[in-house]
Write a protein that binds this ligand. Structure first.
Ligand code: BTN
Length: 334
């Protein structure tokens, strides 16, 4: 897999022209020997590189870099198809600690409404409940979108579930099958995690609130990386199947942003209620017996009755019903 340094080098080579080892080394501040090693790793990761003595290196096939212009162009196509413009700013960086942390820092200085930030590589990706989020340079899609709501945090309780609906809709529209949700907002395929959603909030209790919606999807996750992750995981390449064409992350990102913008606009007016039935339909555990692990270590069992209008999970134990709030609970198959 590619390292962030590999990305910087490959971006210099993305013009399809020859670049000498000296030239590349000077551009990224490495020795020539290191440049040669990084490019060998890039080749091992599947990139087609041509080397000619005296001329240098050239990429023979354009790699699938994230590219803000390509994402905007695809958003334009989607907007024309749907008859609605998407007023979204798209920014792509090679490396950042976390796209969500970066947008949250910016919230202090400027409006991030409609700003999408995607990164090839996150050095400190954050997952839910203080966990880290493992992503692979070039093998993941990691991005965050800023969105401003007039309402306060109470109104936004079901937002992360609605975002789950948007992500599954977008993946389905791009041809991925059997993608489902696991409460509160894991994106799964046959009980294995393929993506996650993290929402950060900034604002007053009664509003307005700026949210930063972080989405991480596994696109090509090597076996070694899977071992570091505490839950069963899969990637979209596996979901798509062996005969499927390579995944176009720019197209995928545009589809996700378009669907997110549409869901966020509806949510701002109507909250979670219009998404509750679809969410339940897409929940892999709907009607199933489950065990919830509570933050204090206690466990609760019951049958999933569904989610209520605020996105709380409702468990049925005989005639009794109990509600559990998003973010507090880990859900396992009973
Ligand atoms: C989870 O734990 O399931 C949520 C994972 C969310 C990861 C994404 S990747 C883009 C954004 N930046 C982060 O640091 N986290 C989110």
């Amino acid at each position: 897999m590619l390292t962030p340094l590999g990305f910087s080098l490959l971006r210099h080579l993305a013009d399809g022209q020859f670049h000498s080892g000296e030239d590349l080394a000077a551009k990224v501040g490495l020795t020539r020997a290191r440049v040669s090693q990084v490019l060998k790793d890039a080749e091992a990761a599947g990139l087609a590189l041509e080397r000619i003595k005296g001329r240098g290196y050239r990429l023979t096939e354009a790699p699938d870099f994230l590219d803000a212009k390509k994402v905007q162009a695809r958003l334009g196509v989607l907007a024309a198809e749907r008859g609605v413009p998407f007023a979204l700013g798209v920014e792509v960086v090679d490396q950042v600690d976390s796209t969500s942390s970066e947008l949250m820092r910016r919230v202090q200085r400027r409006d991030v409404h409609g700003v999408a930030l995607a990164a090839e590589w996150q050095t400190a990706g954050r997952g839910r409940r203080g966990r880290t989020w493992t992503a692979i340079a070039g093998g993941s899609l990691t991005f965050s979108l800023g969105w401003r709501f007039e309402q306060g945090a109470g109104f936004l309780a079901g937002l992360s579930l609605a975002i789950g609906v948007a992500v599954v809709r977008a993946l389905e529209a791009d041809g991925f099958r059997d993608i489902a949700l696991k409460w509160p907002n894991d994106v799964i395929h046959r009980h294995m995690k393929v993506g996650g959603i993290l929402i950060d909030l900034n604002g007053d209790a009664l509003g307005p609130t700026t949210t930063v919606i972080g989405v991480g999807l596994n696109v090509r996750l090597p076996r070694a990386a899977r071992a570091d992750i505490h839950v069963p995981v899969t990637d979209l390449t596996t979901v798509a199947g062996k005969r499927a064409p390579p995944i176009d992350r720019n197209r995928l990102l545009a589809g996700l942003l378009a669907e997110l913008a549409s869901v966020l606009e509806t949510y701002a007016n109507e909250g979670f209620a219009p998404f509750a039935a679809e969410w339940q339909h897409r929940h892999a555990y709907q009607g199933k017996p489950v065990r919830l692990l509570l933050p204090d270590g206690a466990t609760v069992t019951g049958k999933v009755a569904g989610v209520d209008a605020s996105g709380a999970l409702v468990l049925a134990d005989g005639p009794r019903r109990a509600r559990f709030l998003s973010g507090e609970i880990t859900l396992r198959r009973a």
